[in-house]
Design a protein around this ligand. Structure first.
Ligand SMILES: *Cc1c(COP(=O)(O)O)cnc(C)c1O
Length: 233
């Protein structure tokens, strides 16, 4: 089942990459982050066994429970909003925090990482679609942050995370992902392209559009594992 779903996703990615080449965007590798939130730990094990090494969770507590059962497996990504009182746990737990959505969160992560001698990999979440109910830096906040990034010396800014608006027509997300790509170039220009190499855009309903527009990391739950069971916390 999972293998079949991965094959379907890979085929769609390859098609999108072929489209991308015609647009002269760079890069042809796409990482699948398997979003296992609201699924039991067995699903994480299945993902790892199927070769999906990157695991995405949106709640610190839920991820902690799972990771304690699987101490050696996977590269764990936090993809949900981080409450500042959970920062210490998040820094201890996650290999990469994708959902850094404010200077307050960035400051807290930098501080906690410093305390335990870690350099925390992060992505900046930019609310390109300017949706009020979504978190993330607005475009102008992101641009204002760029020259200040060097101050946060206990984090490594690996790139950006962008969530497009929900829509019945995935093609409508194109401009949002295209803006995401432009912002990624701005970021690389600021911090150097060396380790700033992740553009996380696209989920089940729009990942192929995101890949066409330059995403090299996509976050997939439903496409891999089917519908979530929200009674699982
Ligand atoms: C839940 C979630 C996903 C995965 O959503 P699907 O539609 O199931 O692929 C991706 N990104 C974020 C930030 C999420 O919270």
């Amino acid at each position: 089942m999972l293998e079949d779903n991965i094959n379907i996703v890979r085929a769609k990615i390859n098609k999108a990459l072929a489209q991308r080449k015609t647009k002269k965007l760079t890069g042809d590798k796409v990482t699948i982050v398997a979003v296992t939130k609201n699924h039991p730990v067995q699903v994480v094990t299945e993902a790892l066994e199927a070769g999906l090494q990157n695991i995405g969770e949106n709640r610190v507590q839920e991820a902690k429970g799972k990771r304690e059962l699987l101490p050696n497996g996977g590269i764990w990504h936090l993809i949900g909003h981080l409450q500042t009182n959970k920062t210490k746990q998040a820094v201890e737990l996650f290999d990469i925090i994708e959902s850094v959505d404010s200077e307050k969160v960035l400051t807290a992560i930098n501080k906690e990482a410093g305390k335990i001698g870690k350099v925390q990999d992060i992505l900046l979440q930019v609310n390109v679609a300017r949706e009020e109910q979504k978190s993330g830096f607005l475009q102008e906040e992101f641009v204002a942050l760029l020259p200040k990034l060097h101050v946060f010396d206990k984090v490594r800014v690996r790139g950006l995370m962008v969530i497009a608006q929900a829509t019945d027509n995935p093609e409508e997300t194109k401009p949002v992902f295209a803006d995401g790509y432009e912002n990624f170039l701005l970021l690389q220009n600021q911090v150097g392209a060396g380790y700033c190499d992740i553009l996380s855009m696209g989920m089940t309903h729009d990942y192929w559009v995101a890949v066409e527009e330059g995403a090299n990391s996509i976050r997939l739950g439903t496409a891999l594992f089917g519908l979530r069971d929200y009674s699982i916390k």
